[in-house]
Structures are given as C-alpha cells and as structure tokens.
Design a protein around this ligand. Structure first.
Ligand SMILES: *Cc1c(COP(=O)(O)O)cnc(C)c1O
Ligand SMILES: [Zn+2]
Length: 405
C-alpha cells in the first residue's frame, strides 16, 4: 500500500492520485500531501539516526532507496541563556539551522524534493532561489548525480553563487527580482521537464520543512512551546512548521497546540505579509522592488502569503518587520551572546523577538523558540561596514603586548 493517500487541494479539498501535479485543476489552489494513517508513538523515532530522515513515515518518499541523504537536520536546539538575559527571557531556545549541511534550513525541503525527483525518474532538477535554496538543491543534486539548474536574481550574495557552482550546478543569474527568476523557472521547468523543487515539486518540497517542527518537539521532550518566531519569504516554511505541529498533535504525540503563538518575521523593505497582517487585510500587496539586506527573504509576491495570514489568525499570531539596522544589531547580538553567527534572515528573527519582548507580546517566563535559518559566513558583506577594521602589525612582541589590555 502506498504511503501517500492523496494530494489534496488546500482550497476546494478536491483529491488527486499522487503524481507530479502541483496545482488544482478546478481552482488553481496548491496541493498538500495526505498520508495513509500510520501507527507512531514517541519511541518510534527515539533511536534513529540524527538527521531529518528519522521521520520517514511522515515524509513523502515511498521507497527508501530513493532517499538522497546528506545527513541534514537534527540541528541543535540551543538554550539561549545569555541572549535571554539581555532580552529579559528565561526560557529562550534557538533552533540553529545555520549549521545544517549546506548551512541553511533549505536542506530540508530540497533534500525531500530531490529524493522525490529520483522517485519520479526525472532527468534534471533545479530551483528558483533567493540564495540558500540554490546551494541546498545543488548539493543534493550532486549526491543524486542529476544535472541542476538554478534561477536566481543576479544581486544575491557572492558566497551563495560560489557555493552552488562548487556543487556543479548551472547558474542562470537573472537581471531582475526573485519573482522574475521564479516566472522563468516555472516556464522552463514545464517545457523542459525539469523538476523545479519549489515549483512543480512543491507539494513534496514543503513536506521537508515540517521536520523543523518535529525536531523542536522531540528536543523539548514533547512540550509545546508558547511562541515560535519564524522568518518568512514565500511563507512555505511557516506553513509547513504549522502542519508539522498539527500532524504530531493528530498522532497524539503532543498536547493541544491551540494556545501557541506564531510570529511571522520579514525585513522592512520586503514585508508584504507583515504589512497585510498589521493592516488586518486579507490581500497581499506585492512589493515590486524589494530593498532589504535580508536578501534570502526578498520575495515580493509570496506564494504562500495568504496561508501565512491564515496561520497567524489560527495561532494567535504576531508580525514584525525590523529594518536593516535592527537586523545587523541582532546578528551581532546573537553572535556576541550565544556564539551563533547568522545571516540577515536569522537577524530578522532575533530583531523581531526583541521587538515582541519590548512591546509586551511575550512574557518573561514563556517558552520561546526562535528559528535561525541560515549561516552568517554566506553573507559576510552584510556586516563588513559595521565591524571594526583590523590593524595589521609586525610580529613584534613589544608592540603587540601593548595592544592587550
Ligand atoms: C528561504 C529562506 C527562508 C524563508 O523560507 P520560505 O519558505 O520561502 O518562507 C528563511 N530563512 C532563510 C535563511 C531562507 O533561505
Ligand atoms: Zn481546488
């Protein structure tokens, strides 16, 4: 019996046989993977290998031989006592995906989508990327021995382009925004039969990000946190984390989650979802020219934006949009208090957390999980103008001894 029962339209609930279909024929809604029910308890996962494939019963791969495993996932849930002290929180955790295999959370959705591409016997894969998906897709494609095509705006950080090229991907740098790159990727993917992980493989792709919920729950010994702070670009990850919490609740692995609060975090300069939520609007106004140092979050027309708004309503939500200066301050604050160096997307999470404490949305005793989703080494240029200049000195002890206080 197959593990996936159906693909179901998120809007009209029409059900489809599992296939490469990704949009509902009737209403153009996105499709979600629905599983055949399985028997799972807390012990099911306990002794498995420490990567996200430990949740295989809840991931959409039918045959384990198709798994493309780079050992991503099961990243640290870091108890952030020093940062907590600075912010005034007693129970703060950082989910540190900056140390994932290709140094962002995107290894989760990309690895699942590439494995599914293998299961579908596709000959080529690719993605539309704001930066991190490029390297995550390219790395898994390399391991799967599949040619990989990346479509990304040309202005993303140099390290992210270099990393994807190092894994052997073809890099198509578009002179335009992410939304331009996304449109090109969608058309080329369909005409050339390429498995574009975040477009025509999307129902499978998003499943990988649920593991960000499963791991946190396991790492908290099955307690339900009070707050989750989640950075948002397309909104796929936030939505998937919610689906993950719901699936564990339906399996009876955790208590009621309806009192949990979820915060969507975006950078000012590209915050279409936060803007809509703050205006109490159900309409997302696209940002035509994103302008934020959080380039990995710079999606002007977020595909899952409306679903993020629904999730925020469902989960007593908040939304914050820190500006570039707040983001940089937050990157340095996290680095200097917790020894975690994140890229601007992680700075967006931390800066949003700081705002929420300051405006009284979070109490000091509440349990908070802040998702830090990417690594600072990929975006060094974001902070070079802020950090001190390093003086070069002769290897002369007499001189250097006077520099040590
Ligand atoms: C892509 C990305 C996000 C947001 O993911 P979405 O699923 O598009 O909302 C967050 N953080 C980092 C570091 C990313 O690369
Ligand atoms: Zn539909």
């Amino acid at each position: 019996m197959s593990k996936i029962r159906v693909l179901r339209c998120r809007e009209c609930k029409r059900e489809y046989e599992p296939s490469m279909r990704y949009i509902c024929e009737d209403c153009f809604g996105p499709l979600d993977v629905i599983y055949t029910s399985t028997k799972i308890n807390r012990n099911t996962f306990a002794n498995r290998e420490k990567n996200y494939w430990r949740y295989i019963e809840l991931l959409p791969i039918e045959n384990n031989s198709n798994i493309v495993n780079l050992n991503a996932g099961f990243t640290p849930l870091h108890k952030a006592d020093r940062l907590g002290e600075v912010l005034g929180l007693k129970n703060l955790y950082i989910k540190n995906d900056s140390v994932n295999t290709s140094f962002s959370f995107k290894d989760r959705p990309a690895g699942v989508a590439i494995s599914k591409a293998k299961e579908f016997r596709l000959k080529h894969v690719g993605c539309a990327s704001t930066g991190n998906l490029a390297s995550a897709t390219a790395a898994h494609a390399a391991k799967a021995n599949l040619p990989c095509y990346i479509f990304a705006p040309s202005n993303i950080e140099e390290a992210k382009i270099a990393q994807a090229l190092a894994y052997g991907a073809h890099f198509i740098a578009i002179n335009g925004t992410y939304d331009d790159a996304n449109r090109v990727a969608a058309q080329i993917g369909d005409t050339k039969g390429i498995g574009i992980v975040n477009i025509n493989m999307r129902p499978y792709y998003v499943e990988g990000s649920k593991t960000l919920a499963f791991e946190v729950i396991e790492q908290l010994s099955y307690q339900v946190p009070d707050h989750l702070i989640i950075p948002v670009a397309s909104g796929a990850m936030l939505n998937a984390i919610c689906k993950g919490f719901e699936e564990f609740q339906e399996l009876g692995l955790i208590d009621d989650i309806s009192n949990m609060h979820i915060t969507a975090a975006q950078g000012k300069g590209c915050a279409p979802v936060v803007d809509a939520y703050k205006k109490k609007s159900d309409e997302i106004v696209p940002v035509e020219h994103p302008n934020t140092i959080a380039k990995s979050l710079a999606i002007g027309e977020p595909g899952d934006g409306l679903y993020v708004l629904r999730r925020l309503k469902q989960f007593n939500g908040f939304a914050e949009d820190p500006d570039d200066n707040e983001i940089i301050d937050a990157i340095l604050l996290l680095a200097k208090t917790e020894g975690i160096f994140t890229e601007p997307a992680g700075g967006v999470s931390i800066a949003s957390l700081k705002r929420l404490v300051e405006n009284g949305s979070i109490d000091k005793d509440q349990m908070v999980v802040c998702y830090v989703t990417g690594n600072g080494l990929k975006t060094v240029e974001a902070i070079t103008h802020i950090i001190p200049k390093v003086n070069i000195v002769k290897p002369d002890i007499e001189v250097i001894v006077n520099m040590i206080r």
